[in-house]
Design a protein around this ligand. Structure first.
Ligand SMILES: [Zn+2]
Length: 237
């Protein structure tokens, strides 16, 4: 991480003393469920606020699972996918880097296309099959990702999206809204039962209706008639 900080300073052309670092996991309370939930709801904001995002992946092995932790495993987790999507939606891919033991480089081509389908990723709760009826952590990501979609959709509808918003919008069109924001999820239990729960439901459509309603100045609605009055009053001349 120290090497990454030095490389970021070079990239920004500022001394390391002027850099503020937000570290995933260490900067999120892990023991208090309420504090953790608030921090998770803010992931979107944290990732968006950062000028530069660095994926620090020296070759190492997960202490609990023994599985190798590297750039590939980083790209496969739901939590890391959502923070990448949030940062990319604000800044694009040019400010995203990978730091390994040997190199500091920008994301390889096609990286975001793989990680943008957040819910295809893996989660600890799913691996443990949600013991004791606990909820799936994927359900906690609905509100932050609705905020992201609202922002992207609104910019696209305006006709003047930022380059970053256009990039994410194109990914959504390519992958499909239902895959990026699944209406339902399957939650496998340690009892062997698999339950189907609503995830986004119809909220993506509802977000679009809200945004269109906010932007009636530049969106033509075929349901509005300028010939037939909405209501009329009678008066004597
Ligand atoms: Zn889960």
């Amino acid at each position: 991480m120290k090497t990454a900080a030095v490389n970021v300073a070079k990239e920004l052309q500022v001394p390391t003393s002027q850099i503020h670092i937000w570290i995933d996991i260490l900067s999120i309370p892990q023991k208090h469920a309420g504090m953790k939930a608030m921090a998770v709801d803010s992931l979107y904001a944290f990732a968006q606020c950062a000028d530069i995002m660095v994926i620090i992946v020296p070759d190492c092995w997960h202490e609990d699972t023994g599985v190798k932790a590297d750039a590939l495993s980083y790209s496969e987790r739901v939590w890391t996918r959502v923070e990448q999507l949030a940062h990319c939606s604000q800044h694009g891919v040019a400010s995203m880097f990978i730091q390994t033991a040997e190199t500091f480089r920008q994301l390889p081509d096609g990286w975001m296309e793989t990680v943008c389908t957040v819910f295809d990723g893996t989660m600890t709760c799913c691996r443990k099959k949600h013991p004791n009826g606990c909820r799936c952590d994927k359900q906690t990501l609905v509100i932050p990702l609705l905020a992201l979609y609202h922002n992207i959709y609104k910019q696209n509808l305006s006709g003047y999206p930022s380059a970053a918003a256009k990039f994410i919008w194109d990914l959504i069109q390519k992958k499909g809204k239902d895959r990026m924001f699944p209406p339902n999820i399957q939650i496998a239990r340690d009892t062997g039962i698999t339950e189907v729960h609503e995830l986004f439901g119809d909220t993506i459509n509802r977000i679009e209706k809200i945004v269109v309603g906010e932007n009636t100045d530049f969106v033509w609605s075929p349901t509005v008639s300028f010939i037939k009055p909405v209501h009329s009053i009678s008066c004597e001349l």
